[in-house]
Design a protein around this ligand. Structure first.
Ligand code: PMT
Length: 349
């Protein structure tokens, strides 16, 4: 069903031709941004790997879009994962961090790949990775043994797990379904999110965002940040943090207005969780908000939409089941409906 919709879409009036040339021609959207967002991007240190990241994203979209020579044609989802850091010094020794192991994003990536999507996995460097959840927790060197002067092999006890992880990972990469892009700071994350969103704009409703990253709400603007390590001999530290603008609405209004957008709401107080998720849904014009509570986040989540809310749970009868399986399955179906509806509207015009 999903595949049928995608192929039909090919014939319809969405501009899906995302050539490298058009990617380079994305232009500067800063003149359309609200002042908080403009200030954030103006003060951010430029992304180090901007050119190569833009090239990789462009090639990945090209490979999976209709304009590609090999005619591979997939929906593309940008999965964000892990927490962003806020540096306190330009030559950073100390930073504020946001809680997130990255498990949600990594596991969800595997289910999106399984559902036929191409995934841009925008993740915190060092956080959980797709296909790695079954890998041994032992220190790396304990997984291997020397079998001669110059040969090494995996310990038999770990061989199956490592083989399984390698197969899953290599297949996703070889099929062109997985692009992994790491970030560390909030500055990196939001600049990369902007780059990816602008690159995905021409995918129309076939593009999607699954924003599971835990993004800092406060930051130290680069120009007011100490250059060198802050000295403890100077006494107690007073910090004034500026507010990080929410980028959710900008994705919807400007960067990729037709993309299917899912954001997350994390709370520790269940009594306010659904109310906050509903508020975010409306305020940022999301298609769905996934509400989760810190302690039960691996057991159940609630998907909040304008039509109502649905709770999905991990299958407790299976020891290795994950809540991301029913979550992603439901979201893929919702995305299919969204594409169908968008096509219908486009045809009527
Ligand atoms: O990684 P795990 O350990 O598996 O845990 C998963 C998770 C709990 C981190 C994940 O399921 C989750 O809930 N992620 C979002 C947590 C969060 O920071 O919520 P928030 O209320 O601060 O932000 C809400 C949404 O706005 C998020 O989708 C976030 O990506 C986005 N945001 C936040 C701040 C900001 N300045 N801009 C944003 O776009």
């Amino acid at each position: 069903m999903a595949r049928k919709i995608i192929n039909e879409c090919h014939l319809l009036p969405f501009d899906l031709g995302v050539g490298i040339e058009s990617m380079n021609d994305m232009g500067d959207s800063s003149d359309m941004l609200d002042p908080g967002i403009e200030t954030f991007f103006d003060s951010a240190p430029p992304l180090k790997d901007y050119v190569s990241t833009k090239r990789k994203v462009g090639e990945f979209i090209e490979l999976n879009s209709s304009s590609s020579r090999n005619k591979t044609f997939r929906r593309i989802v940008c999965v964000t994962s892990g927490g962003t850091t806020v540096p306190l010094e330009q030559r950073c020794v100390r930073y504020i961090d946001n809680f997130s192991s990255g498990h949600r994003g990594a596991a969800s990536t595997e289910y999106f790949v399984k559902a036929g999507y191409a995934v841009i996995f925008l993740h915190r460097r060092g956080s959980c990775q797709p296909y790695c959840s079954t890998l041994p927790q032992d220190p790396l060197l304990e997984c291997f043994e020397l079998t001669g002067e110059s040969s090494v092999q995996v310990h038999q006890s770990h061989a199956e797990a490592i083989k399984k992880a390698l197969k899953g990972h290599n297949s996703a990469v070889e099929q062109g379904q997985l692009l992994k892009l790491p970030f560390t700071t909030t500055f990196d994350y939001l600049q990369m999110l902007q780059l990816i969103a602008l690159s995905m704009k021409s995918l129309g409703p076939l593009g999607s965002f699954y924003l599971a990253a835990a993004v800092s709400d406060f930051y130290v603007p680069w120009e007011s940040m100490a250059e060198h390590k802050i000295q403890s001999t100077s006494g107690p530290l007073d910090l004034r943090l500026a507010q990080v603008p929410k980028m959710l609405k900008v994705i919807r209004d400007e960067w990729a207005p037709m993309a299917f957008c899912i954001s997350f709401k994390l709370e520790t107080d269940t009594s306010i969780l659904l109310k906050k998720a509903n508020m975010a849904l409306r305020k940022y014009d999301m298609h769905a908000v996934v509400a989760n509570e810190l302690l039960t986040r691996k057991e159940q989540v609630t998907i909040v939409t304008l039509e109502g809310s649905t709770t999905v749970r991990r299958d407790e009868t299976e020891s290795d089941s994950e809540v991301e399986k029913p979550l992603v399955e439901l979201l893929v179906d919702m995305h299919s409906d969204y594409i169908e509806e968008s096509m219908r509207i486009a045809c009527e015009k």
